[in-house]
Design a protein around this ligand. Structure first.
Ligand code: GLN
Length: 478
């Protein structure tokens, strides 16, 4: 991807050595956001605070201070990250006007490394969706074809990176929301191991599968961002320690691919678009010709993963959304006469259709009489899926397949049919249920639209995943 930005490491070095000013990088990002605003990638700017932070960083550098590995680098956070300097809405009317009293740990860590949030990206409200069409505010357009969706729910973040507004953006991935928009829009998208990045200060969707990760132009940039964000956080009991070797990539990519890679049969079989299928097969062939040991691998429960996810995820969503009661955050219905009315009217008016659908599905599968039939069964299936991943990684180092059954679809094409929309997640949700790390690596185009290659690694093998993706990226460069 040609870009106005250099690698994150090079830019941070230029800022640290005084050759480039943080204030100029921030101005450049804000200018590009303004020039490309018709794509609707951004909900709001944090321009004033960003400007002050840039000035402060430039001053500290002048005073001889060492800033950090992301000195002066502007980025965009999905609007479900709590940030200072403006509202955090999760693209939902119920959070309109909400100013976060504290920031997400991930944002604090990036700021401590010198990075600067310049804007908040659009998403499907509360991250429920795969196209940004569930945003209560606007639909983001695909950078390659503005009649198509950018993917979702981190669609604004993916589009912002591909539109070159910023060198990287943050997303969240509960069932595919980093990898799928990365694939649809042509960015690198990394979903780390569950727990590797603290979820503190990120609007919860389904707490047992939510993860935070970067969308970037290159694998090395994504690795550096992960390196800064990763690690145990006392504010998130599910967080885990980073690999002591860290995640940054300091070696040049090798065009020789080493390792055993299993091609997931169930994913190859569920590709809908022939162009995508031919394309992925070609990529696999290229990997094989360049040293990869490829074999077919079957995880027989994968076809059931979508049903499993759409029970467990709404169950957790229904619980997590109960805190939006019209009293504590954002929107309160002004005409309610008593507390009961206030709860009902605030929630009825504040939530969009998809949030309501998930609350109803979630409370249904958790209710007495249905709990055993749906929720408990789904949890049992989840354990089976986890075991199948573990077993397959006894024989191969990585698993591989497509990210999505098709390339980016047209705006409006699936919006009226929730099941059609859910089917987009066929190849991503099982990995969230298992907790494993996975990436979407740009693998060229089919009929003019980006195709992503999905690479999956064992739990906590994020470093190995990134190194492998780094080599594959180099090999597939146009
Ligand atoms: N598209 C999936 C869903 O709608 C995944 C969402 C996500 O990862 N946030 O649930």
């Amino acid at each position: 991807m040609s870009s106005q930005w250099q690698s994150l490491a090079d830019m941070a070095d230029s800022v640290q050595t005084g050759r480039v000013k943080a204030a100029d990088l921030v101005a450049q990002a804000l200018k590009t956001i303004e020039q490309k605003k018709e794509f609707n990638a951004v909900i709001s700017l944090t321009a004033e605070r960003a400007g002050l932070r840039a000035q402060e960083i430039d001053q500290r550098i002048k005073d001889g201070e060492k800033i950090g590995p992301l000195a002066g680098i502007p980025f965009i956070a999905k609007d479900n990250f709590l940030t200072y300097g403006g509202e955090t809405t999760a693209a939902s009317n119920i959070l309109k006007g909400f100013n976060a009293p504290y920031q997400a740990t991930a944002i604090n860590k990036l700021e401590a490394a010198g990075a600067i949030v310049v804007a908040k990206a659009n998403l499907d409200a509360f991250a429920h969706g795969g196209s940004t069409e569930n945003s209560d505010f606007m639909v983001t357009k695909n950078p390659h074809d503005d009649s198509r969706v950018p993917g979702g729910s981190s669609g604004g973040s993916a589009a912002a990176v591909v539109l070159d507004m910023v060198p990287f953006a943050l997303g969240t991935d509960t069932g595919g929301s980093i990898r799928q928009p990365a694939s649809f829009s042509g960015a690198v998208g990394l979903k780390p191991t569950y727990g590797l990045v603290s979820r503190s200060g990120v609007v919860a969707m389904a707490s047992s599968t939510d993860v935070i990760g970067p969308l970037a132009r290159t694998v090395a940039d994504a690795a550096l961002v992960l390196d800064v964000m990763a690690g145990k956080d006392p504010l998130d009991a599910t967080s885990i320690d980073s690999n002591t070797a860290g995640y940054t990539i300091n070696k040049p990519a090798s065009k020789k691919i080493s390792g055993k890679i299993g091609v997931v049969k169930e994913y190859m079989d569920s590709i809908v678009d022939d162009g995508v299928k031919r394309h992925i097969e070609q990529v696999i062939h290229t990997l094989e010709q360049n040293g990869a040991h490829i074999e077919a691998v079957s995880l027989p429960s994968l076809p059931l993963a979508l049903a499993c996810y759409y029970i467990i995820c709404p169950a957790e969503v229904s619980s997590n959304l109960s805190r939006y009661d019209g009293q504590r955050y954002g929107y309160t219905q002004p005409n309610a006469q008593n507390i009961e009315e206030s709860y009902i009217w605030s929630r009825s008016e504040g939530f969009g259709k998809e949030a309501k659908r998930r609350i109803m599905l979630g409370t249904y599968v958790l209710s007495s009489g249905y709990y055993d039939a749906y929720y408990k069964k789904a949890q049992q299936l989840r354990t089976k899926i986890i075991r199948e991943f573990e077993m397959s990684f006894q024989n191969v180092d990585f698993l591989l397949g497509p990210v999505t059954p098709t390339t980016a679809f047209k705006i409006g094409q699936k919006a009226a049919d929730p099941l059609e929309m859910y089917l987009q997640d066929t190849m991503t949700v099982a990995i969230n249920l298992a907790g494993a790390p996975a990436m979407s690596v740009p693998a060229g185009k089919s009929n003019g639209l980006p195709v992503g290659l999905q690479l999956i690694a064992p739990m906590r093998a994020d470093r190995e995943l990134l190194l492998m993706a780094h080599d594959i990226e180099e090999l597939l460069l146009p």
